[in-house]
Design a protein around this ligand. Structure first.
Ligand SMILES: Cc1cc2nc3c(=O)[nH]c(=O)nc-3n(C[C@H](O)[C@H](O)[C@H](O)COP(=O)(O)O)c2cc1C
Ligand SMILES: C=C(O[C@@H]1CC(C(=O)O)=C[C@@H](OP(=O)(O)O)[C@H]1O)C(=O)O
Length: 367
């Protein structure tokens, strides 16, 4: 299927469907010599896997990864790294009904419009389960970036009307509570809100924020390959993402030049930095050395049990109560997907940047 590849030098191709035999990724362009084994990938996949709490889909999958190629004696070899996860808990008969109608908010109608035929078992290729390949490939990109001192942290900033109080930010909470919020009190209130939505067979959305530290100034290309443009594309490619903003984002529209501009300054060591970070760490599509900060808006899960109006594939009106095993909220499961798509984008742009400055090329050849 066209559109399943992402990246230029460090690139991935994801494959598989929600109810097929399995899903996976081929990650190519990763430099040789990076320590890698299955447990390092599994750590990331375990943060994404379904069936972990009452706030995720009850579909129980172990999501155990197998590395099929590209790793020898615990290190990447520089050749394509192929990884696979087998589906174990498909209950495809629960989905026979949705073959005959179009779920509001899901991709059923548009897949039929495009291909004239769709794998209706679960979301098929449009299922959130496809993100397994992104997380596995992006885990490698994250490990590549960590050795450069670049760290990516995403978390749930809000769920429905419940927002984290950033004064209470506690990084350990992100992995500790079921909604991945860095504020324990907000996490409790969010859980209550989710209980209420679930009791009404409804779903809700929220916002994921992502902070990247350690990116030096100078990463990203002008014009069509801007770092912020590529991050927006990577994040928008995740199912259910409906908004992206960087730095002050949409609030910048309410600011003036004086309040929005970040003043430059020089520190004690003579390094140039900025006094504030309204820009979110990117100017002219190129990193400016400040932390990169962006947010993604995630819509409510489309497949819900409450009655909804739709039509059958032949156009007859119908009221549906969708069955199957669905996430009551997508946000917490998408946090690690945002992190790993960010890692893939940055790893690729850093590798592309190696040829940007003749001084660096001369340095390499004159050594
Ligand atoms: C991690 C993840 C889990 C998801 N879980 C569900 C789910 O359980 N049920 C559902 O209807 N949609 C779920 N989605 C959202 C759909 O995949 C998505 O809404 C659908 O593909 C339509 O794409 P769009 O919302 O980007 O237009 C999930 C998405 C992600 C990223
Ligand atoms: C199983 C996962 O989440 C699935 C994402 C999803 C969707 O429509 O996006 C729908 C449900 O599964 P199915 O495709 O069987 O309907 C979720 O359970 C997963 O992400 O691993």
């Amino acid at each position: 299927m066209a559109g399943s590849d992402y990246g230029t030098i460090f690139k991935i191709t994801t494959w598989g469907e929600s109810h097929g035999k399995g899903l996976g990724v081929v990650a190519d362009g990763c430099p040789a010599g990076i320590p890698l084994d299955e447990s390092m990938i599994q750590e990331y996949l375990d943060r994404r896997k379904p069936g972990q709490s009452k706030y995720t889909t009850p579909r129980k999958e172990s999501d155990q990864v197998e590395i099929l190629s590209g790793v020898f004696e615990g290190k990447t070899t520089g050749t394509p790294i192929s990884m696979m996860v087998r589906n174990e808990n498909q209950k495809s008969k629960d989905y026979s009904e949705i073959a005959s109608y179009y779920r509001p908010g899901h991709a059923d109608f548009t897949f039929d419009a495009k291909y004239g035929f769709r794998d209706y078992r679960g979301g098929g290729r449009s299922s959130g389960r496809e993100t397994i390949g992104r997380v596995a490939g992006g885990a490698i990109a994250s490990l590549f970036l960590k050795q450069l001192g670049i760290h990516i942290t995403a978390y749930t900033k809000s769920i429905g009307p419940i927002h984290c109080n950033m004064a209470d930010f506690n990084a350990r909470e992100i992995l500790n509570n079921r909604v991945c919020m860095p504020d324990a009190q907000a996490a409790k209130r969010a859980a209550d809100y989710l209980d209420q939505c679930m009791a009404e067979k409804n779903s809700c959305g929220g916002i994921i924020e992502c902070v990247i530290t350690g990116v030096p100034a100078g990463i990203g290309d002008p014009v069509f390959e801007k770092l912020d443009a590529n991050l927006a594309k990577a994040i928008f490619s995740i199912g259910a993402v409906k908004g992206f903003e960087i730095g002050d984002g949409f609030l910048a529209a309410d600011a003036t030049g004086l309040t929005n501009n970040d003043a430059f300054c020089t520190d004690d060591q003579g390094n140039i930095s900025k006094k504030t970070n309204h820009a979110g760490g990117i100017l002219g599509g190129i990193s400016d050395g400040s932390p990169i900060i962006f947010r993604a808006a995630i819509k409510p899960t489309p497949s819900i049990g409450a009655p909804q109006q739709t039509v059958r594939t032949d156009g007859t009106p119908i009221t549906v109560e969708i069955k199957g095993r669905h996430d009551p909220i997508i946000v917490p499961r998408a946090v690690v997907v945002v992190e790993t798509m960010t890692a893939l984008t940055l790893a690729d742009m850093i590798l592309k940047n190696m040829s940007a400055d003749n001084r660096k090329i001369l340095d390499f050849y004159q050594k």
